[in-house]
Design a protein around this ligand. Structure first.
Ligand SMILES: [Ca+2]
Ligand SMILES: [Ca+2]
Length: 239
């Protein structure tokens, strides 16, 4: 029995070595062809994490309403987590010197076919003015869990996102200059009063069905295994 186990262990180790050598020889450096394009419009602001890493921050906090487009090197399953904020005074939930209740809205499309829709989770963490009371405006804040963007964060008890129409959100001109075909505007339940919202989605595999290399362990492998004597050539080529 003992001998049997050690034979199995030996075979597994050998198999592991062969696999590692195979992986090291097969891995190549990713190129831009391996990336996907993420296109995002948030009313008014967002930051986005993919697989636990910060990948995009809306560069304009308030207005004008803008579209952010970034390149991502995807790996699946892919966990997307977004913190979105409507423009709102943290003490009143209102905007424009407390004269108006603004509304939110978030939409995203990745070129792998990932889009925002009712499958996303959405939870509001700041709401106001409560009851729409603009004369005596109050807000309700819930602390955002520190690991809200983590891959293993448990969002199973969170509500689903609510889908809103184009007319509900009334996006500004930059939205129409980008491809959001197939994506839906989402928010938590109240487009006007929910002012800070976290969205999450786990994408099990690429929606477009395209097979893609997982480059997450690139730093643990030897891509293209360049030999030391090639170093001077590479320097000349400016790599
Ligand atoms: Ca609002
Ligand atoms: Ca707004």
């Amino acid at each position: 029995m003992k001998r049997g186990i050690s034979m199995v262990t030996l075979l597994m180790s050998l198999g592991g070595c062969v696999w590692m050598a195979h992986a090291a020889s097969q891995i190549r450096k990713p190129s831009m062809d391996d990336t996907i394009r993420a296109t995002i419009y948030a009313d008014n602001w967002f930051e986005m994490y993919v697989n636990g890493e910060l990948v995009a921050v809306d560069s304009i906090r308030f207005i004008p309403h803008n579209v952010i487009a970034v390149d991502l090197l995807p790996a699946y399953p892919m966990t997307i987590a977004v913190l979105a904020k409507d423009n709102a005074d943290p003490k009143t939930g209102m905007e424009y010197a407390n004269t108006n209740i603004g509304d939110g809205g978030f939409i995203l499309k990745f070129s792998d076919g990932t889009v925002t829709d009712a499958r996303w989770k959405a939870k509001a963490f700041s709401r106001g003015p409560l009851g729409g009371d603009t004369k005596n405006p109050r807000v309700e804040d819930t602390p955002i869990p520190p690991n809200w963007y983590a891959v293993d964060f448990d969002d199973s008890s969170w509500p689903q996102a609510r889908v809103f129409s184009l007319e509900d959100v009334a996006p500004k001109a930059p939205f129409f200059e980008h491809d959001f075909e197939g994506a839906k505007f989402i928010w938590s339940d109240d487009l006007a009063l929910d002012n800070t919202v976290v969205f999450r989605l786990r994408v099990a595999k690429p929606p477009d069905g395209k097979s893609r290399i997982d480059f997450r362990n690139l730093n643990d492998l030897i891509p293209d295994a360049p030999r030391a004597k090639d170093a001077s050539k590479k320097k000349k080529r400016g790599r």
